[in-house]
Design a protein around this ligand. Structure first.
Ligand SMILES: [Zn+2]
Length: 156
């Protein structure tokens, strides 16, 4: 009789199966305030750590550097700068899109953060890193408290 540990689980009596594992993450305290401000007021909120001189956008409840609780929420501009972008010509099923879709990381003005979002009303060939853009919100009645309450960013 061997007491060697079995290290390959396929050598044990077994059956193969699949377990569905979907996750739902809550927005958290800071995220809840951020999304409510988007939906209700068409505003971007940030939190700031004065000690570390960091403005978090989207807002965070605690400073990443010093772990201080951040309780001062402030409105920040709806404008920012394209720091990085990509252009996609296909949808998630591989079908050709009617128009190319521009996705960008937009650093929001007066903050140290930003958002990944679509950029509209711009010709892909005129895109540049450093282009100034502004958030264009959906009509209030169509907002749901999600990042898609911003229809897109467009040249400012
Ligand atoms: Zn800090």
């Amino acid at each position: 009789m061997s007491f060697d540990k079995i290290r390959d689980p396929r050598k044990l009596r077994h059956q193969i199966g699949h377990m569905e594992c979907d996750y739902v993450y809550t927005a958290g305290v800071a995220g809840e305030r951020f999304y409510l401000a988007l939906r209700e007021d068409g505003k971007l909120l940030a939190t700031r750590c004065d000690k570390c001189n960091i403005t978090y956008m989207p807002p965070r409840m605690y400073c990443d550097k010093c772990f201080a609780e951040l309780t001062n929420y402030k409105e920040v501009p709806l404008t920012g700068i394209i720091e990085s972008y990509t252009i996609t010509y296909f949808d998630m099923d591989g079908e050709v899109l009617p128009e190319p879709l521009v996705l960008a990381f937009i650093k929001i003005d007066q903050t140290d953060g930003g958002l990944i979002h679509t950029v509209g009303n711009i010709k892909p060939e005129s895109l540049k890193i450093g282009t100034k853009v502004k958030a264009l919100f959906k009509d209030k009645a169509k907002r749901t408290g999600a990042l898609t309450d911003i229809k897109c960013f467009q040249p400012a």
